[in-house]
Design a protein around this ligand. Structure first.
Ligand code: CA
Length: 221
């Protein structure tokens, strides 16, 4: 899952980026409102964490513009602890949720998971495909109830394919979901992750659609 983090405070931004990466999110970090606006105009994100007080263009303006342009990405705003006005203005401008600073990273991670879940139209926290169950909060995968050891990127690859079951994802779409800004992408990384997933789970789980990408079919249940 790919998150746009918009925060001008270096220390706080760095902490949030690290926390989100640990929870399996690929993070793109914009340091001002203008950078955020440009990113939102051209890149797809699964969620946005938006500070309101930003250089160049303030967070509310970024949010209003994105919504006017039809961008429906889930947005969580970061507000000052005592500012009811900010929270109300943010929610009315199209934010889906908010957190008051200071907050616990675990809560931010959980709220983002909930926002993504709702935006994908599923209420169930766990993703299932036959005998495979992925728990995004615990970052675990089981097969027939037995835990399967996966690397962080293998888990993220499986997560994306399960979230989009029934749809073919191209290699570059998967890469976008797995890597944040500034992270080096090895050229055949996605192929390697898929290969490992087939070996650790079962060969037929992920289908290759030649020349297009990869697919986990919708669960037959
Ligand atoms: Ca700020």
């Amino acid at each position: 899952m790919r998150v746009l983090l918009v925060e001008d405070d270096e220390l706080l931004g760095d902490g949030i980026r690290t926390g989100l990466a640990q929870a399996g999110f690929a993070v793109a970090w914009a340091h001002d409102g203008e950078e955020a606006r440009q990113a939102l105009a051209v890149e797809p994100f699964d969620a946005v964490v938006l500070d309101l007080g930003l250089p160049k263009v303030d967070g509310l303006t970024v949010l209003r513009k994105a919504r006017r342009e039809g961008n429906r990405v889930p947005v969580l705003i970061l507000t000052a602890v005592d500012s009811v006005d900010d929270r109300v203005a943010g929610l009315d401008a199209g934010a889906d949720d908010y957190l008051a600073k200071p907050f616990a990273l675990a809560e931010l991670q959980a709220r983002l998971r909930a926002l993504v879940r709702r935006s994908k139209g599923t209420g169930e926290p766990q993703l299932r495909h036959g005998r495979v169950v992925l728990d995004p909060a615990l970052r675990t995968v089981t097969f027939d109830g037995r835990p399967v050891e996966l690397s962080s990127r293998e888990l993220a690859t499986l997560h994306e394919l399960l979230l989009n079951a029934g749809r073919v994802l191209s290699r570059s779409q998967l890469e976008e979901k797995l890597y944040g800004w500034g992270e080096e992408i090895e050229s055949n990384a996605v192929e390697v992750y898929v290969h490992h997933l087939r070996k650790k789970l079962y060969p037929g789980l992920i289908q290759t659609v030649r020349g297009v990408g990869y697919l986990i079919p919708k669960d037959a249940r």
